[in-house]
Structure formats: structure tokens, C-alpha cells
Design a protein around this ligand. Structure first.
Ligand SMILES: C[S@@+](CC[C@H](N)C(=O)[O-])C[C@H]1O[C@@H](n2cnc3c(N)ncnc32)[C@H](O)[C@@H]1O
Length: 207
């Protein structure tokens, strides 16, 4: 890891500021360009380990912050962390226990990368779908979503899905993203919040 990391200015800046990873600098930049976190927002962070976005979020809001990850997160004062898959109903129930109201969701979740671009992209889109489902379930009307995705075959399909649910949606490529990465953030503002699960009769061909 040594020389690659030591030459990475973003990593050095993050570490000098006391953040757990270089991802902190991406969130700072994203929020500076797209101010979607309000001072009292309750924020849910999906795919939150090791926790640098949680550190940045703590600086931005006095609201409740909950971070969820498959991997345990070393505790951060004033932040609730849950270990598990954010699409697992038991994990969702625990989120709801701590968050009576969710004003914003941030999702930096990534699959374990295989290096095979189209496979990794498809798995990232699956995570995006799960995060969007969670937004439909938990996000308050008017709430905001920041979600990492990867450009590729299904990106536009995912982008359109998000557009159906929010009044304002754009993409943002962080400067702090590593060279050659297809990573792209979807910034969705002002959740419409009228989504309803399709009824069984809608899909059984009757109607
Ligand atoms: C790039 S890291 C997140 C970095 C984090 N934003 C930070 O600043 O420290 C991506 C994380 O997504 C997590 N992840 C992937 N799929 C997940 C899932 N279904 N549920 C919870 N976490 C998941 C991984 O375990 C990994 O820790």
C-alpha cells in the first residue's frame, strides 16, 4: 500500500484532518457543491465503515446519525452504528428504533470489487436499488439522498428510477475520485414520497 497511498494528496489531507479514510474528502466536496445536509437533519449512512462520512456528517448536523455496514464500525461519539446488511428486515427494524424520522440518506456502499467492470457495475446497481427501496420506506417527504453508483450499462436506468422519486436529481463526479474510476454520485433532492408498493393484482395479469 505504502507508496501509492503516500503519494495520494487526498489521503494525506484526510489523515491530517483526523478522518478515517480519504472518502471523507469526497463527502466534504459533494456537500460543498450540493448543500443537501441541513443543520438538524437526521441522517442515515449506508455502507458507512470505516466511518469517515459519519465523522463529516457529525460536523454538519446536530440531528441523529445512524451508520450501517456489513463490517463493524469503531465507535464514534454521538453516532449510532449497526452491523449488518442494510436490506435485511431485522437491520431496518433497528434503524427505525433509533430514527423516528429520516431527513437524509447517504449511501457510499460498494460491492467487493472483482475487477471485472460489468460485473462490479451490476452489483453496485443492485445496492443502489436496495438503497432506493430503503429511501421509499424511511425517507421523509422533502428529504434528500446522496448515492454512489458506477457508470456503465445500467446507470441511466438507475438514474431514471431515482428521478421518478425526487423533484430534483443530478449527477456529481467528485474531484477526489481516483483516476480511471467510473464512480459517480447521484444527488437527489426533495423526496416526493408518494411511492406505493404495487398490489398483487397489478402484476398477475388481471385488470
Ligand atoms: C467505500 S466503503 C464506505 C466508506 C465510508 N463512506 C467511509 O467514509 O468510511 C463501502 C462500504 O460498503 C459496505 N457495504 C457493501 N454492501 C453493503 C450492504 N448490503 N449493507 C451494508 N454495508 C454494505 C462495505 O462493507 C464497505 O464497508
Amino acid at each position: 500500500m505504502g507508496s501509492q497511498w503516500s503519494k495520494d494528496k487526498t489521503y494525506i489531507r484526510a489523515k491530517q484532518s483526523g478522518y478515517r479514510s480519504r472518502a471523507a474528502m469526497k463527502l466534504k466536496e459533494i456537500i460543498q457543491k450540493n448543500p443537501v445536509i441541513r443543520p438538524d437533519d437526521n441522517i442515515l449512512d449506508l455502507g458507512a465503515a470505516p466511518g469517515s462520512w459519519l465523522q463529516v456528517l457529525r460536523e454538519m448536523t446536530n440531528g441523529v446519525i445512524v451508520g450501517v455496514d456489513l463490517n463493524p464500525i469503531v465507535p464514534i461519539e454521538g453516532i449510532i452504528t449497526i452491523t449488518g446488511d442494510f436490506s435485511d428486515p431485522a437491520v431496518i427494524a433497528r434503524i427505525q428504533e433509533h430514527m423516528p424520522e429520516v431527513n437524509g440518506i447517504v449511501c457510499d456502499a460498494s460491492p467487493k470489487l472483482s475487477g471485472q467492470r460489468s460485473y462490479d457495475q451490476a452489483r453496485s446497481i443492485e445496492l443502489n436499488e436496495k438503497a432506493l427501496n430503503l429511501a421509499r420506506l424511511l425517507l421523509k417527504q422533502g428529504g434528500n439522498l446522496i448515492m454512489k453508483s458506477f457508470q456503465g450499462e445500467d446507470f441511466n436506468w438507475m438514474y431514471k428510477k431515482v428521478k421518478q422519486e425526487f423533484y430534483s436529481v443530478r449527477t456529481y463526479k467528485a474531484h477526489a475520485t481516483r483516476k480511471g474510476s467510473t464512480e459517480m454520485y447521484i444527488i437527489a433532492k426533495n423526496f416526493i414520497g408518494t411511492w406505493q408498493a404495487p398490489k398483487e393484482s397489478d402484476s398477475d395479469g388481471s385488470a
